[in-house]
Design a protein around this ligand. Structure first.
Ligand code: SAH
Ligand code: DHB
Ligand code: MG
Length: 230
């Protein structure tokens, strides 16, 4: 160990060990991954252990309404929506029509979309357009919000998330470490700049208590921020 590659191999092996013990085999989730891969979507969804962590956060706060920004193929959406009670609702926002189409298929297979048990509502369009509509329609407040779309706009997404919250709402923001790139204050990378603006916005937000956790897994070294509105 000591070499970066050795570390990544170990993180991947440990993730597989942990998932092997803690995550039940699930054909619907596995089909969602297979379908996403077959459609050529980027493999950037949360890991199974992270998906279950999100699900457990939602259960811990007895979430009845969840908002997700950034659906991709609906993998994290399925984890989160399954935390909901029968009458619970999840709204997920996705800009890319191709991603939304794959997600619809995966969510239908999961029995979460369509006639009958429509716990999930997928809204297509850039989140900076769909979030104001949610506010205008009086949708919410949400009990939990997962910010996982383009990182450039995370500071703006935070502002909308707070508007769609109540006291006690949990907000999770994914990908806030990016292999340590977040440290680079002179970066021109829009993702890094967006993440640094996000942390400045969190620090300036008086009604939010926050922490952040660095993560290793079968994916790149990254991290998530955990916020609670107060
Ligand atoms: N939450 C998913 C992964 C999301 S990846 C999971 O873990 O399973 C990020 C997604 O955000 C991509 O599908 C991308 O198309 C979408 N996205 C990018 N820019 C966006 C925007 N401006 N508004 C809404 N979605 C956006
Ligand atoms: C990437 C990873 C993510 O989890 C995400 O939501 C968006 C992008 C990435 O590795 O590029
Ligand atoms: Mg992510």
């Amino acid at each position: 160990m000591g070499q970066a590659n050795d570390s990544e191999a170990m993180w991947t092996a440990v993730d597989a060990y942990l998932a092997g013990h803690l995550i039940a085999k699930d054909e619907v989730l596995e089909a969602a991954l297979a379908e996403s891969e077959a459609a050529g979507l980027p493999p950037i969804q949360v890991t199974a252990l992270q998906g279950k962590m999100l699900q457990m956060f939602a259960r811990m706060v007895s979430a009845r309404r969840i908002l997700e920004v950034g659906t991709l193929g609906g993998y994290s959406t399925i984890w989160l929506a399954r935390a909901l009670p029968q009458n619970g609702r999840l709204v997920t926002l996705e800009a890319a029509a191709k991603h939304a189409a794959v997600a619809r298929k995966n969510l239908e297979r999961a029995g979460l979309l369509g006639s009958g048990n429509a716990r999930v509502e997928l809204r297509e369009g850039p989140a900076l357009e769909t979030l104001p509509k949610l506010v205008a329609e009086g949708v919410g407040p949400f009990d939990m919000i997962f910010l996982d779309a383009d990182k450039e706009h995370n500071a703006e997404y935070l502002q909308w998330a707070v508007r769609l919250s109540r006291v006690g709402t949990v907000i999770v923001t994914d990908n806030v470490v990016r292999e340590g790139a977040v440290l680079d204050g002179s970066s021109d990378d829009a993702m890094v700049k967006g993440t640094r603006r996000f942390f400045e916005a969190v620090a300036a937000e008086p009604h939010v208590s926050a922490t952040a956790i660095q993560t290793v897994s079968g994916k790149k070294y990254d991290g998530f921020a955990l916020l609670m509105v107060e």
